[in-house]
Design a protein around this ligand. Structure first.
Ligand code: ADP
Ligand code: MG
Length: 728
């Protein structure tokens, strides 16, 4: 019965690190499989090259003629690298990436064949996508979906397939993917931020949003992971008693990387280099067998694509090393879960990071403008920002005293807190020459290049300013970064737009100078958004109370949190910024709520199966062994047997008690599921699953885990935590 477990352990322990070949210099292979600027210069005619570059840099449309030239060159390049197929690569709302491969190969008359890839195949495709989530957008058969080329993210070769990054939209123009709203949000923030930049530098034409993600993950031996039905089906362990040793010694964090994992990382990094993903950092994380990988930051759309691609590539490379990658936010109870910090900043086309303190008072005023507007944007939309990272799996992490709480707040450090306090005292209206000089010399002039306390940051904050960028830490490890990045860029765009209107009004109506007007508006923003700033311990109960007083939301579960996605305010915001229509916003809400329901439903079914068909029968088997032992003792010792069999009898009883509760709870859970399934409204159903089904997961687990430590280790069928976490 437990043979699978022991076979898996034996196999896992016998594995040797897989040798890999590494290029001498990574810079030599970087981007080799990407149709990037360098490749385009080489393969495209100068017209086509100019066309694509102006699409990338200025958002211009590419006409058919140029598309045909590009597709011909792409084909030539791909064929020279042994590619046979192409695919439109997109990110539907399942959270995974999607692709359907077509061969270049095509037959012509007389039984001959050619390799073909025309402009129309590059520009648009119609995948048979009827089973992708659409939230009611594509109800009718006419409302089909199509994928359209996104020239801002370069095509790449993976294996023998040419992958063309695309957006996925319905024929009626509604977004059916993660990328479309992101591109719109990036456009919005570009417009709004460029307009504000012009206060400081008239020549600015474009503002780019950057993202540097940090991907955390677990590596578990493939055989061990494969021996656990819960890991296979849900990506996490639904039961398992804590091992005697967990992460309490902190001996894994930043420790030397175990060899098998190390070779996996080098192999993965090499793949990333070919694909143009600029990975740079690797290290052990806090929990045993937990690791992190981070790239150099890039333009946000590209960074999102690269993270989605990475998550896919990781899984494939891991198999070569006999690992399974667990990207789930909480694969193991009792040790840290995984997140994906999203480091975010804005920079202009002169290369100035707008969130980096500068060298002159004017550049610092620009910094403060973007810094304070971001704070205000987050304050005004904290609930929506929380919703942007809500998922069934991330619920395990937020507020679990290891990851940021479900309450959104911003950490800025002592030095910047002092600066904001000074600015709060700025005079209303016109400033005296003395005050202006004082501000220049002593406030905006004194922001140091290195913000000391921002290097030793507060790890409990969900949204921290870390010197030259904001770090959104509450994002989950499985998340598609597009979701939080769409929201963050949209709210900042809206805020900057409002800021510009207010500053212009003061200049025109109150006859203030530009910098006076900016100081005046910023002062009011600091006052009105102070409540979002928090420097203390985000894990503490005290903060929950304090946050409540401050009127901040604390939506602990996904169904609660997601409501903010369809509030009147959100719908108006997305419409105003042209990021999503009401219909698109509502569709996404429905999809995410349904996703939540399905995930809890699957977990509940899997746990019911494991508890009923693995745990209980094993416990009964062990109980029978005990009964046999007690009967034997009775035969030998007669009336006196209880003196010798006392402990066994107690154990027999305890096993029965636990089995009984498990049976009762499984039945109750099934009833709860049946009731929830009868609900036809998706919202009511998700709420019901959250309130009435989910609690059983914890309860049933508790009794199963108790049985785990009662039953003979030799017959326990499920690979244990110590084996999953400490096999290297
Ligand atoms: P940590 O100590 O949190 O790991 P790092 O300094 O290593 O922080 O940076 C983490 C991520 O932040 C990396 O992906 C890095 O490229 C990214 N990053 C650094 N500067 C910026 C910036 N200005 N904008 C966006 N991301 C940035
Ligand atoms: Mg970080």
């Amino acid at each position: 019965m437990a043979t699978l477990r022991f076979k898996a352990i034996q196999l896992a322990q016998s594995r040797k690190p897989i040798e890999i070949k590494e290029a001498k210099k990574r810079s030599e292979i970087f981007g080799e499989n990407v149709f990037n600027e360098g490749t385009m210069r080489q393969y495209l005619t100068s017209d086509a090259y100019k066309g694509v570059m102006s699409a990338i840099k200025l958002g211009k449309k590419i006409d058919r003629k140029i598309a045909s030239q590009v597709s011909a060159s792409m084909k030539e390049w791909a064929l020279s690298k042994g590619v046979t197929h192409y695919t439109h690569w997109f990110q539907p709302l399942t959270g995974a990436t999607a692709e359907k491969h077509d061969a270049f190969f095509e037959t012509i008359e007389n039984g001959m064949a050619i390799e073909k890839f025309g402009g129309s195949q590059l520009v648009q495709q119609e995948p048979d996508a009827s089973s992708f989530p659409h939230g009611g957008i594509r109800n009718t058969f006419e409302a089909r979906g199509y994928t359209a080329w996104d020239p801002t993210s370069a095509a790449f070769i993976y294996g023998t397939t040419l992958c063309i990054p695309t957006i996925f939209v319905s024929y009626t123009g509604e977004a059916l993917d993660y990328k479309t709203p992101l591109l719109r949000a990036l456009h919005a923030v570009d417009d709004a931020a460029t307009a504000v930049c012009k206060y400081f530098d008239k020549n600015v034409k474009k503002v780019t949003s950057s993202l540097g993600w940090e991907q955390e993950y677990f590596l578990v031996d493939k055989a061990l992971a494969g021996s656990r039905p819960d890991i296979i089906l849900t990506g996490r362990t639904l039961l398992g008693h804590s091992p005697a040793k967990g992460q309490q010694l902190d001996d894994h964090y930043f420790g030397s990387i175990p060899s098998r994992a190390f070779n996996f990382m080098r192999d993965l990094e090499t793949e990333c280099m070919y694909l143009g993903i600029p990975v740079k950092t690797r290290h052990n994380e806090v929990a045993p067998n937990q690791f992190e990988l981070a790239p150099i930051y890039e333009e946000a759309n590209l960074a999102v694509d690269h993270n989605s691609l990475l998550m896919d590539v990781m899984g494939r490379v891991a198999l070569r090393h006999d690992f399974k990658v667990l990207l789930h936010e909480k694969p193991f109870a009792g040790v840290n879960g995984s997140g994906k910090h999203n480091n975010w900043s804005l920079s202009n086309d002169a290369g100035v990071n707008l969130l980096s303190p500068g060298k002159t008072p004017m550049s610092n005023l620009q910094f403060l403008t973007f810094f304070i507007n971001t704070i205000k944007a987050v304050y005004n939309n904290e609930e929506l920002l929380r919703a942007s990272i809500a998922s069934a799996s991330n619920d395990h992490r937020l507020g679990a005293n290891e990851a940021p709480p479900a309450i959104m707040s911003i950490f800025i450090g002592q030095q910047l807190t002092n600066v904001l306090e000074e600015l709060e005292g700025v005079t209303n209206g016109k400033l005296s020459p003395e005050e202006k000089t004082d501000l220049k010399l002593n406030v905006v002039g004194k922001i140091p290049d290195v913000l000391l306390d921002n290097t030793d940051r507060n790890r409990t904050s969900p949204f921290a300013f870390t010197g030259n960028k904001f770090e959104f830490r509450a994002v989950g490890s499985t998340a598609n970064c597009a979701n939080p990045m769409t929201v963050l860029n949209t709210i900042v765009a809206k805020q900057l737009k409002d800021f510009k209107i207010e500053v212009d009004a003061l200049i025109e109506e109150k006859d203030l100078k530009k910098d006076e007007a900016i100081f005046n508006v910023l002062r009011e923003y600091i006052k009105s958004s102070k409540n979002i700033l928090f420097e203390g311990n985000g894990y503490g109960l005290e903060w929950e109370k304090e946050a409540k007083k401050r009127g901040l939301s604390n939506n602990k579960t996904t169904p609660e949190a997601l409501k903010a996605k369809i509030s009147k305010k959100t719908i108006a915001l997305f419409e105003e910024m042209k990021v999503m229509s009401k219909k698109e916003t509502e569709a996404r809400y429905e999809i995410e709520m349904e996703d939540y329901t399905m995930r809890i439903q699957i977990e509940s079914r899997v746990l019911g199966d494991i508890a009923g068909n693995h745990v209980v029968p094993t416990a009964v088997r062990y109980q029978n062994m005990l009964i046999k032992n007690v009967t034997g003792l009775k035969e030998i010792f007669g009336k006196d047997f209880e003196k010798h069999a006392g402990e066994q009898i107690k154990l027999i009883k305890r096993i029965s008690e636990n089995i009984e509760v498990i049976h009762i709870k499984i039945d109750e859970m099934i009833d709860a599921r049946k009731k929830a399934n009868k609900l036809t409204n998706f919202e009511a159903k998700a709420n019901d699953y959250c309130k009435n089904v989910k609690p059983f997961l914890e309860e049933i687990r508790y009794y199963c885990d108790k049985l785990e430590i009662m039953v003979d280790d030799e017959i326990w069928p499920l690979t244990k935590y110590r084996e999953l976490l400490f096999t290297r």
